[in-house]
Design a protein around this ligand. Structure first.
Ligand code: ADP
Ligand SMILES: Cc1cn([C@H]2C[C@H](O)[C@@H](COP(=O)(O)O)O2)c(=O)[nH]c1=O
Length: 228
């Protein structure tokens, strides 16, 4: 039975890597996939992972019709056994409905990958619709970690190194390296809920620990690697 599966997680938890692995394993067995993405950091029409792998993809931009695209492909003699849709949080809800039609009407498996919530902890419209329609929602096995060592469940945005909670929902960007997002104004960092609520990024925690003026809220906010 074909399925619509939503692989959901925070930024940097391995979604694109898994998408590329699914593509690799299926194509190695002679299956033919159609790969879609939207607003990948590597540029238009590309699906990229931080492990360095990248593949070509169809850019599913504003107004793109997945169902019509697949029907055109199949009726012109093409073959598609499965569909991969990365950065699915950016899809319009109607496009997610089209993906469900691809599963139900065309009998094709659809694997969608995306972050559920934005930097304000609000659901992206595409992810909301996927949660409403998916046959299965899967969390990734490799969990991203907050600076405190707890599982990261939320995405924070930083502007000039400071965490913000206002701004446009969509700003393409990357998570900071260990030294911070050098030279990049907008960056992202994954945090546990506790530290997202307190707006305590790794840099803010470091600064707080160094400042003699700041008393710790409680011991759990010390920047050591433990489950807090
Ligand atoms: N240098 C590295 N060595 C090993 N694993 C890495 C390295 N850099 C990134 N990763 C892995 O890649 C993951 C990010 O993969 P990616 O597919 O780009 O994530 P997502 O699509 O969820 O944002 C990280 O969680 C980490 O496990
Ligand atoms: C939290 C959040 C993220 N984004 C952007 C930043 C990246 O370009 C993608 C997520 O990519 P990843 O492969 O999952 O790391 O989404 C955004 O536009 N708005 C946000 O609130």
């Amino acid at each position: 039975m074909p399925e619509l599966v939503f692989f959901a997680g925070t930024m940097d938890c391995g979604k694109s890597t898994l998408a590329l692995q699914i593509q690799h394993n299926r194509s190695a067995r002679g299956l033919s996939g159609m790969i879609f993405t939207r607003n990948d950091r590597a540029g238009e029409g590309r699906l990229s992972s931080r492990l360095g792998l990248v593949t070509e993809a169809v850019e599913a931009g504003e107004g793109f019709d997945f169902h019509a695209h697949l029907v055109r492909h199949l009726t012109s003699g093409g073959r598609t056994d499965y569909v991969i849709a990365d950065e699915a949080q950016f899809l319009e809800p109607e496009q997610v409905d089209q993906l469900a039609c691809v599963v139900d009407d065309l009998g094709i498996d659809v694997f969608a990958f995306g972050i559920t919530t934005d930097f304000r902890t609000r659901l992206f419209p595409g992810s909301r619709r996927l949660i409403e329609l998916a046959d299965r929602i899967e969390s990734l096995q490799v969990e991203a970690l907050c600076w405190c060592g707890a599982r990261a469940t939320h995405n924070a945005r930083t502007v000039g190194g400071r965490m913000v909670v206002e701004g446009a929902q969509v700003v393409v960007g990357d998570v900071a390296g260990p030294q911070g997002a050098a030279g990049e104004d907008v960056g992202y960092e994954v945090l546990c809920r506790r530290h997202h609520r307190r707006r305590l990024t790794a840099a803010a925690a470091r600064a707080g620990a160094l400042s003699p003026d700041v008393l710790p809220v409680d011991g759990a906010d010390a920047p050591a690697l433990h489950h807090g």
